[in-house]
Write a protein that binds this ligand. Sequence first.
Ligand code: PMP
Length: 430
Amino acid sequence: MPGLDELLDAARNDYERARPVSGRRAKTATDVLPGGNTRSVLDFRPYPFRVAGVDGPYLIDVDGHRYLDLLGNYSAGLLGHRPGVVADAVRAVLDQGWSLGAITSAEAELARLVADRFDSIDQIRFTNSGTEANLMAIATAKHVTGRDVVVAFRAGYHGGVLYHGDGGTGLLVPHRWEVAEYNDTVGVQSLFASLGEQIACVIVEPMLAASGCIPGSKTFLEEIRRSSADNGSIMIFDEVMTSRLSPGGAQSLLGIRPDMTTLGKYLAGGLPFGAFGGGRDLMAVFDPHSGGTLTHGGTFNNDELSLAAGIAALGSILDDSVLRAVNERGDRLRSGLNEVFADAGVPMCATGLGSLLAIHGTAGPVERISDLDDSDDRIKELLFFDLLAAGYYMARRGFIALSLDISDEHVDEFLEEVASWADSLTGRMG
Ligand code: PMP
């Protein structure tokens, strides 16, 4: 009987055999794109399928396969593939004209919608991505405090050039970083005890999202809040992922008010978006009319398409009840998956908060990044390929971000699929 390695080889071969057109397109693409794509996170072996179109919550690939999209574009696709209200708003801009190099009223309208939601944001500046928002927030904190130490956490992901995990260091922006352990409250205390007066800011995700959906403990996050305040350091909440957990983001669920908040992903209804904001006093550094000395450029900061899409998303779709429903659905999916794995005796678990989940190759619990040291990636990858074969798409690393198009019925079907996979696994492995 085969073991995990053999099952995985067979699953990869089956995948490849069933997707010859994707295979050819992937090969051609490598000529002009290193690795065949322009977004490393989407890559996997032997090659990612190529999408030909969408049908509601489904992706259709060029070989004719159909997948229920549980990845939701890593959270940017919260509203689905083609939300009507957003499409209408974008169409209106297309009819009217764009790339104006001047200011429309959309900028302040979207800023108002965002500021009204997030407690820590009085004023905001838009960017084109979450990465850029974090770059700006950190630089602002250094300027405002006149200090240079930037505290981040191991495996924290704040963008391609702000990643403190495997493969990230080569591209890291050269700040004077101090990298601490996530969810290590005592570690935060000692860092502030030794470097307090040099710390410009602490940048932290309320939940380590890209690195495995590990929620930050309240004690840990409150300690960052307290130590930052006591030492005159700026606390930056990177809510690029977690802001979708409630209308006021994770900060509202936690009752923690950071000095700055960064946003991105779904807020422009799936179009490019990023933003950083904070209290009026702090953001005044960007206001030349009241003595601010910093300029914040960006040709596309006020891109008309993203602004209109953002106004539609926040103004017409993402209300309290919609966000509550998608996050409750995610909670149900996560506990369902954990039951399935436990019942079948498969060493896997699901972590996360609300509609953001990660599946791991260990039975858990997963509370620190070191709890993933013994996670078996092979079993996760096998699940990934077997689910593709069954018509479900999630991230190769096990990440799921439910979109509004995923219904309770979809969740039930998916749980049944994973249950029968888990039940058959022991038998298949011999
Ligand atoms: N912060 C977090 C928490 C993220 O998850 C991401 C993207 N996955 C980013 C920042 C970077 O955002 P973007 O990809 O828009 O640059």
